[in-house]
Design a protein. Sequence first.
Length: 43
Amino acid sequence: MQTSLLFKTYLIFSLEIFLIYAAVYAYIIGAEALPKPTHPFSV
């Protein structure tokens, strides 16, 4: 049983997911705070 390897993989995976969510959240907040007409996701 390679439990430490599995735990390390899970830790890195969850950290990457957290960083992606944080980046998307900051991007959305920045887009809401500074609305640009050339924003690709503006509706």
